[in-house]
Design a protein around this ligand. Structure first.
Ligand code: URP
Ligand code: ZN
Ligand code: ZN
Length: 459
C-alpha cells in the first residue's frame, strides 16, 4: 500500500524543510508540498512533528553466548524494542568465540536472525582468531554482503585477538576494502588488575571500573590506531568511553589515520556511581569499557556535537537480574552489558538536543547517517531522499515519559535507565513503507526485517 506522510518537518543530517513524503514499493518516490494521494494510500498527518530517517544502531548484541550465559533478547524482541524506539536498522555483532569455526558461527547467527526480525539488520563479523583457513572463510562472508569486521583487544582467551592476529585481520581488511571495528582495552592489564583486586578482597561491582581504568582503554585505542596507521586499513573504535581514549583516537585522526569513533548511550548519560550502587543494582550497570567518572561526559558530548565522535550506538546487551547475580562473589563473573536499543534515540534527543548539547542535524547524523555512510548502507538507509528505503520516523517532540522496565519491550526485567525522564518519542515508525509502530505500540509484521547486503567501500 502506498504511504503519504503529510506536512512534517523533514530533518536529515544536512537539510530541514516542511513537506510531504510519498512512498511506494518500499521506497521514497516523491518529496514535495501538497502531494496527491492515489486511492488506497495510507495517509499519516505529521503536522507539528519531525520526520527523521529511520535510525541505525551500529552496535548491538542479540544472540550472544558470553560469560557463561546468553544475552536475553531474541531477534523478535530486540527488533520490536528497537522499532518502538525509532531504530529501523541494527548491526549485530556476530561473535563466535576462539573455540568456534568462524564460518559456522556466521551461518548460526544468520539463522537466528532469519527466524524473525521486525526491522532490517546486518552483521559485523568478529574475527576472534586468525588461522590457515580464516582468510578464505572471511572472503566468503564478505562475498555474502558483510563488509565490516570486529576484533576484541579485550576478553583474552574467548573473543580476544593478539597483536599478530590484529595485524593479519587489518591486512586482509585493507585488501578487501572492509572496515575493522574494535573493542579497545589492554587485555593483559585488565587480567592483572582483576587478579590484584580480587586478591585484596575487592569483589563487588564497584571494582569493575578500577579493573579497567581509563589508561587501559587509552592504550588499546592507541595500539589499534597505530596498527591502522601502519597497515593503512580503515577502522572504527567501538564504545569509546573516556577522555583519555578520545585523545588517543582524535590524535590519530589528526595524523590522517583512517579511524572513526563510536560512543554509546550509557557512557553519555550514566556514570560510574551507578555501578557503585550496592549489590545487584551495581551489577546491572556493569559493562566494558565501564561507566566512567562523570567528568568524561562533557568531553564525549562535545566530541559528538563536533562530529569528532562519529556515531552514537548502544552496545545493547541485556542480561537479567538472575544472570547478573552470577557475579555475586566476584565482579569478574558479572555478565558485561547494559540494554539500550529501545532508549537510545529518545535519550540522545532528550539529553543531547533538548539539553543543548547537540544540534538536530548532528543528532540525525550521529544516530543514523554517519553509520550508514561508514558501513555501506548510504543512501539506501540514513537519509530521506527519492530512492531511499522508506524507513521513516515521525517524531513527536512534545511527548513526555519516564523510562521503566514496567513499560519497556526489551526482554529484560530491569532497565539501566530506570526513572530517567524522556522528552519526545517516535509517533509512527515505518520499515520500507510499512507502518510498524504507532504511538509506542508495535502494530506491524514481526518478520518484516531483511538481512542487508553491504559492499566493501574502504579501499
Ligand atoms: O559490556 C559489554 N560491552 N558487553 C558486550 C560485549 C562487548 O564488549 O561489546
Ligand atoms: Zn565491547
Ligand atoms: Zn558490544
Amino acid at each position: 500500500m502506498p504511504l503519504l506522510i503529510r506536512n512534517g518537518e523533514i530533518v536529515t543530517a544536512d537539510s530541514r524543510y516542511r513537506g510531504d513524503i510519498f512512498a511506494e514499493d518500499e521506497t521514497v518516490t516523491r518529496i514535495g508540498r501538497d502531494l496527491p494521494a492515489p486511492p488506497g494510500t495510507e495517509i499519516i498527518d505529521a503536522t507539528g512533528k519531525y520526520v527523521f530517517p529511520g535510525f541505525i544502531d551500529p552496535h548491538v548484541h542479540i544472540y550472544l553466548p558470553f560469560m557463561a550465559t546468553f544475552a536475553k533478547d531474541t531477534h523478535e524482541t530486540g527488533s520490536i524494542a528497537a522499532l518502538i524506539g525509532g531504530t529501523t536498522t541494527y548491526i549485530e555483532m556476530c561473535c563466535p568465540s576462539r573455540n568456534d569455526d568462524a564460518l559456522a558461527g556466521y551461518q548460526l547467527w544468520k539463522s537466528k536472525a532469519a527466524a524473525g526480525s521486525a526491522c532490517d539488520y546486518t552483521f559485523h563479523m568478529a574475527v576472534t582468531k586468525f588461522e590457515a583457513n580464516t582468510e578464505s572463510q572471511l572472503r566468503e562472508i564478505v562475498g555474502d554482503g558483510i563488509s565490516s569486521f570486529k576484533i576484541f583487544l579485550a576478553y583474552k582467551g574467548f573473543f580476544g585477538v593478539d597483536d599478530a592476529e590484529m595485524y593479519e585481520t587489518m591486512a586482509l581488511a585493507k585488501r578487501l576494502g572492509v572496515i575493522v571495528t574494535a573493542h579497545c582495552e589492554n587485555a593483559e592489564l585488565v587480567g592483572r588488575l582483576q587478579q590484584k583486586l580480587l586478591a585484596e578482597g575487592k569483589t563487588g561491582p564497584e571494582w569493575h571500573e578500577p579493573s579497567r581504568p581509563e589508561p587501559v582503554e587509552a592504550e588499546g585505542t592507541h595500539r589499534f590506531a597505530t596498527f591502522l596507521e601502519t597497515t593503512g586499513a580503515a577502522g572504527y573504535v567501538v564504545h569509546l568511553s573516556c577522555d583519555r581514549a578520545l585523545q588517543a583516537a582524535t590524535q590519530a585522526k589528526e595524523r590522517g589515520t583512517r579511524v572513526s569513533i563510536e560512543c554509546v548511550i550509557p557512557h553519555l548519560v550514566l556514570d560510574k556511581t551507578y555501578a557503585e550502587r550496592p549489590g545487584v543494582e551495581g551489577m546491572k550497570h556493569v559493562m566494558s569499557p565501564p561507566l566512567r567518572a562523570s567528568s568524561n561526559q562533557k568531553a564525549l558530548w562535545n566530541a559528538v556535537a563536533s562530529g569528532l565522535i562519529d556515531t552514537v550506538a548502544t552496545d545493547h546487551c541485556p542480561f537479567d537480574t538472575e544472570q547478573k547475580l552470577l557475579g555475586r562473589d566476584a565482579f569478574t563473573q558479572i555478565p558485561n552489558g547494559i540494554p539500550g536499543i529501545e532508549e537510545r534515540v529518545n535519550l540522545l534527543y532528550t539529553y543531547g538536543v533538548k539539553r543543548g548539547n547537540l544540534d538536530l542535524h548532528r543528532f540525525v547524523d550521529a544516530a543514523a547517517t554517519r553509520a550508514a555512510r561508514l558501513f555501506g548502507l548510504f543512501p539506501r538507509k540514513g537519509t530521506i531522499a527519492p530512492g531511499s528505503d522508506a524507513d521513516l520516523v515521525v517524531y513527536d517532540p512534545d511527548h513526555k515519559s519516564i523510562i521503566s522496565a514496567r513499560t519497556h519491550h526489551v526482554n529484560n526485567d530491569y532497565s539501566g535507565f530506570e526513572g530517567m525522564e524522556i522528552d519526545g518519542r517516535p509517533a509512527v515508525v515505518t520499515v520500507r513503507g510499512r507502518v510498524q509502530v504507532r504511538d509506542g505500540v508495535f502494530v506491524g509484521d514481526s518478520k518484516r526485517g531483511r538481512l542487508l547486503r553491504r559492499d566493501p567501500g574502504h579501499f
